[in-house]
Design a protein around this ligand. Sequence first.
Ligand code: PLP
Length: 483
Amino acid sequence: MKEIEPKVLSKEELTRISSEINEEELLEFDKHFLNNFVEPLTVIEAKEPGSAWVKVRDKEGNIKEILDVTSMNWTLTLGFANPDVNYAVMQQMTRLTHVRYNVLTPARAKLCNKLAELVPGKLKGGRVVLNCEGGGIAIEAAMKLAMIASRGADHFGTFWRGYHGASLTTGSVSHPYHAINRFDNFGTGHFTRMPFPYCYRCMWNYKEGLHGKKDPGCNLECFQIVEHYLKGMAAKRMAGVIIEPIQGAGGHIPAPPEFLKKLKDACEQEKILLIYDECQTGTWRTGKYFTVTEKYEKENKIDVSPDMMVFTKGIGGGFPLGVLVASPKIKKRFTPSEEHSTFSSSPIAMTASLAAFKVIEKQKLNENCEKMGQIITKRLLEMQEEYNVIGDIRGPGLFIGIEMVKDRNSREPFTDLVEEMIQLGSKHELYLGQSMPILSFKGNMLMRNVIKIKPPIIITEKDAEFILEKFEIILKEALNKLK
Ligand SMILES: Cc1ncc(COP(=O)(O)O)c(C=O)c1O
C-alpha cells in the first residue's frame, strides 16, 4: 500500500485528532453539543483490529475495555476497525475519497453487481440504488420508485411498531414515532397503519406464540384486518406496503413466514408493491443467509420475496451505506432530480462493503453467526427456567431479543428492569441495547422492555460465554436494586 505522507501538518498532530481527548475538551463539548443523549464513556479504539471489544475512557480518564453487544447500532458486523476492510478502504482513500453522485467508480459498479447477485427470490438480477446516508434515504427511494411504478398512487401501508428512520418522512412511516418526539412528522396522511403479528402479545389471545413462532392454533386473524386495508379499507389506493420481516426497534418481533406469504399474495393480487425493510435483518445477521427472507424461503420452502428490499447497517462494512434493490420486473428508472444527494456515492463505503462481503464469505461468518446465536439462545432458554422475568426469547442468529416481564403469567412489560440493566451494562464490560420506547399520547411509557443481543458476528465462543455470564450478573443486580 502507498504510505500516506502528510504535506502540511505533522503526523503526530493529525493522529491526535482521533486518538486522545482531555478533560477540558470534554467539558467544552458538554456545553456545545445540542443533542442531550451522549453516553458518559468516550469510545477510543478497537481493543484489537476486528475485535468485538472496544477501549473506552471514563470521565476521570481511566481506560477500560467493553464488549459491544450492540455492534454500535447493529452495524459493526465485523467488529471495530476490521483490518481487511480497513486495508481496502485505505487503498481506496489513497486514490479517491469522494465523487459526485453520477460518477461511476470501480467499487460502485462492483457493489451493484454483487448485490443483484446476492439478493433472494424474485429480486435476483434486479436494479440497485446506493446511497451513503443510510436506511431512511433508501426507504424513501423505495417509496419514490413505488409511486412512479404505480402511476400516481402515493399511499403506503405500514405496520404498528415498525421503525424505518428518523427523517420527517420516515418518522411518519415509522409507528408510533410521533409519540416520542415533540413535532409532527410530515405527511402522516400518506400512511395506513396496520396490525403487525406480535405473537407473544396476540390480540386474539393465542398464548403459545413463543420464541418468534405463531401459536400452532392461530389462524392469522390479524392478517384478515390487513387484507381488508389492502382490498379497499385504506384511506387511498396504496402504492406500496412497507414491512420489516422481523421488527427490530419495535421489539424484535418476527412476522410468521405464513403471514408474509399471505401479505405477498394479497399485494400481488391488488398490484401493490411489497417493500421489505431488511436494514437490520440483512447481511447475515440472522444466521446462514444474506437475508431473513432467504432463510424463510430455504427453510420453510415458502416464497415470500418482495418487490423491493432495503438495507443499511451491516451492509456498509462499518461505513455509512443504504441500499435499495428492486425486482427486475420494475422497469422504471430514476432521473437525477428524482434520486441523488451530495454524498450518495462515496467510494469509501462501497469499497468497505465489498471487502466486508469477501471477509464474511471467506471466513464463513454466516455459520459462525448461526452457531454463536444457538449457543447464546440455548443458555438464555435455560436461564428462563430460573428467572420468571424472562418472558420470551426471540432469535434467530445473532439477532436476539429478550422480552422482560413482571411475571410470565401476566406478561406485564418490565421496562424498569431493562432500563436498570442497560445502565449496569457498561459497569460489567457489556454494551447492551434495548427496544424503542412505546408511549401513550399522554406520555406514559407503555413498553420498552426488550433487551437486545446483537454483537458483531465475528464473536468467539469465549465472547459468547462472557456475554451470558455478564448478562446473568447484570440481571441479578438489577433485580436486587428494584426490590
Ligand atoms: C429497520 C430499520 N429501517 C430503517 C432504519 C433507518 O436507517 P437510518 O438510521 O440509517 O436512516 C433503521 C435504523 O435503525 C432500522 O432499524
